[in-house]
Design a binder for this molecule. Structure first.
Ligand SMILES: Cc1cc2nc3c(=O)[nH]c(=O)nc-3n(C[C@H](O)[C@H](O)[C@H](O)COP(=O)(O)O)c2cc1C
Length: 212
């Protein structure tokens, strides 16, 4: 039995860009989105720890838990600048406002026998999804980034060869879209869209929509 009972909590998170889902989808999932406007408000270490803890409990092939988080808080300017400088310039422009940046790496081989773990990045993605949702539950926002320099990240963060670079992430509280350049401001306030279910859910024949 867990030491404390984790009673279900009522969702009290952000609601500014709720996904227009079918009925029944959890509010937490509807509420998560990827802003570029972050405020100056710092993230407490307690919240940061809770968010990473949520990632820790993701499922993974062989329970390998291949994910590693390399985290920089604004309170440590050297570490923050190190990760910020690795981001692509178009991401740096907005991510510099976020109080927390991190890079995720994924161990490419299984620890129990050294064979390639073809699910390393997949499982890191699962951990990241849990991180995103936990951040949302705590009233924060996270924004994943593929736009960063992998070679520099490996070199400057001293990431061993046995680890793949998964994603960079900016984490913090929502800021005002008015602080963004016009094109980004437009996408910040635009409605969120997704492919229709019929386009992504098939029966046993690829490409043939499953009627639900
Ligand atoms: C792995 C990954 C990489 C991404 N890379 C970038 C990026 O480099 N720059 C950026 O502005 N957004 C990036 N995004 C954000 C996506 O564009 C965003 O998640 C997508 O448009 C859906 O919007 P939503 O998260 O608000 O629902 C990335 C998201 C993920 C998950």
């Amino acid at each position: 039995m867990p030491k404390e009972s984790n009673t279900a909590q009522v969702f009290d998170g952000p609601k500014e860009k709720l996904a227009d889902t079918l009925p029944g989808v959890h509010e937490l999932i509807r509420a998560r989105w990827s802003p570029r406007a972050f405020s100056d408000r710092l993230v407490s270490d307690a919240d940061l720890k809770t968010i990473l803890e949520a990632g820790r409990w993701a499922a993974s092939s062989f329970n390998e838990q291949p994910w590693r988080f390399m985290v920089a808080r604004k309170s440590d300017p050297t570490a923050f600048q190190k990760i910020l400088s690795i981001l692509a310039p178009f991401n740096q422009a907005w991510a510099k406002k976020a109080p927390v940046l991190f890079i995720m790496a994924a161990k490419r081989t299984f620890s129990h026998n050294g064979t390639p773990n073809l699910y390393a990045i997949h499982d890191a993605g699962q951990a990241l999804a849990q991180v995103f949702l936990q951040a949302t539950a705590l009233g924060l926002h996270a924004h994943g980034m593929a736009g960063f320099d992998r070679d520099r990240a490996r070199k400057e963060l001293d990431i061993p060869d046995d680890y793949d670079l998964a994603a960079a992430v900016a984490l913090g509280y929502l800021g005002s879209p008015d602080e963004l350049p016009e094109q980004q401001r437009q996408s910040e306030i635009a409605k969120r869209t997704r492919k229709p279910l019929e386009e992504i859910v098939f029966g046993a024949d690829f490409g043939k929509s499953l009627r639900l």
